[in-house]
Design a protein around this ligand. Structure first.
Ligand code: ADE
Length: 225
């Protein structure tokens, strides 16, 4: 899978993309991630990327030309399955969206800033608009990182235990069951006896019951909000 990210703040991606699972997936050749500075695609002599909105509202709007130049340059080299714009008014990101995106070959992620991007970018180029939740962040960079992390861990081979991405919370509509490690007794707080029983069938049943319990509790909390 190849992911091209268009941003005004490329440095923001350095550390999150060079640690842990994303680093491993890149090193194993499972994913290629390219970060492009939108400013590099400006034709303006001052490398301007934003301008005042028509209509006189306050705030700045990202201009179409640099973004169009970047997208067209990428598209001249390969075809893209999706051009995704991260925006608080997009469709809310979910595990099932991550699953679908993890099957694609080439995607572009466009990170917005300021008051947004010129609507014509969305009309002409963008194929999908995604929000990571109902709150407004300063830009699309953190949402892009969230999306990339959720997608990459699903690519076979990205995480050590091949099963573990499939048993994540949400994959079967259930939240994950509680997990424990040593010590067995922490200041009087002991691990559940069943986990020491060696009876795998009983443990699996217990895990499933706990996952259902947790999911039900979360649902009730949401209902009572
Ligand atoms: N840009 C700003 N806030 C955002 C959000 N919640 N999701 C996606 N992109 C955003």
């Amino acid at each position: 899978m190849r992911i091209d990210i268009l941003t005004l703040f490329p440095e923001m991606f350095t550390s999150p993309f060079n640690e842990s699972i994303i680093k491993r997936a890149k090193n194993k050749g499972l994913v290629e991630i390219y970060i492009h500075n939108i400013r590099d695609f400006s034709n303006d002599k001052h490398k301007r990327v934003d301008d005042y909105p028509y209509g006189g509202e306050p705030g700045m709007v990202m201009m179409i030309e640099p973004i169009a130049n970047a997208i067209e340059w990428l598209r001249s080299q390969r075809s893209y399955d999706e051009i995704i714009f991260l925006t608080p008014d997009g469709e809310t990101f979910s595990q099932s969206m991550a699953n679908k995106l993890s099957l694609l070959d080439n995607i572009i992620l466009l990170c917005g800033h300021y008051k947004g991007v010129d609507q014509r970018v969305r009309d002409i180029y963008v194929t999908k608009e995604i929000s990571i939740g109902e709150y407004v962040l300063s830009g699309g960079e953190l949402p892009a990182m969230v999306l990339v992390d959720a997608v990459i861990r699903l690519i076979p081979g990205a995480i050590g235990d091949a099963q573990s991405a499939l048993t994540d919370s949400f994959q079967d509509g259930l939240l994950s069951h509680p997990v424990y490690t040593r010590p067995e007794n922490f200041r009087g707080h002991k691990i559940p006896e069943i986990l020491k029983s060696g009876n795998h069938q009983a443990i699996e049943k217990w895990n499933l019951e706990k996952a259902i319990e947790k999911t039900q509790k979360r649902k009730n909390n949401l209902k009572n909000k």
